[in-house]
Ligand binder design. Structure first.
Ligand code: SF4
Length: 212
């Protein structure tokens, strides 16, 4: 059987970005423990229906997976290892908001086998981050990138968005140069749905093609 990739969704955020069209909810963090329990059970049930399925990639997306504790990731990884043939060299990624990352948290994530991080930077321009209602500023990204490396992550992706309202070639070039200075291993670029994003500026829920 060919190796499979698993995507696990963590539908919780502490704030709602103006461009977000993902299946995610704010102010429901109290449900995270029950959700983790249910997701672990779902993993076990799925594994029973396809026993010995080889898995070479696991991706925790969101939402904001970095809202989970290390213990909660351990529960999910344990369920995965019990239920599937998880390759020893499997790539296990989480998406993370820069504000959630500290060295102890990162080191603990690395120690339980999470080996790739996708950082939701989006822009290096403070005005753009405010427009998107992101809860971090660029200084946070600059501060956590060395901590991510120190914790042992060798695979780091940075998410950026382009085509947003008021973005110019100059601000985009600035964001790209700041990103390159952070020396990520991969950069993902997402086009913001411009008209919907403009609707979001007024406070309405925006629908866009951009990612977190
Ligand atoms: S864009 Fe990402 S971080 Fe922002 S509300 Fe949506 S899922 Fe949450």
């Amino acid at each position: 059987m060919s190796a499979h990739s698993l995507y696990l969704h963590i539908p919780f955020c502490t704030t709602k970005c103006t461009y977000c069209a993902f299946n995610t909810y704010i102010n429901l963090e109290a449900l995270i423990p029950a959700y983790v329990e249910a997701l672990a059970e779902e993993i076990r049930v799925s594994g029973q229906s396809a026993p010995d399925t080889p898995v070479h990639t696991v991706f925790f997306g969101g939402g904001t997976p970095s809202l989970l504790s290390v213990a909660q990731f351990e529960v999910l990884l344990s369920a995965l290892r019990q239920s599937f043939k998880l390759d020893d060299a499997a790539e296990i990624s989480i998406e993370a908001n820069p504000n959630d990352l500290s060295y102890p948290y990162l080191a603990d994530l690395r120690s339980i086998g999470i080996n790739r991080l996708s950082v939701g930077m989006q822009s290096a321009v403070e005005g753009e981050l405010k427009l998107y209602a992101r809860r971090h500023d660029h200084a946070v990204v600059q501060r956590v990138m060395p901590e991510i490396r120190r914790a042992g992550f060798e695979r780091v992706n940075i998410d950026l968005m382009y085509g947003g309202p008021y973005q110019t070639l100059e601000t985009w070039a600035y964001t790209l140069s700041q990103t390159i200075a952070l020396d990520p291993d991969h950069i993902s670029l997402y086009a913001l749905g411009l008209e919907d994003a403009l609707a979001g500026v007024g406070g309405a829920t925006a629908r866009a093609t951009a990612r977190r």
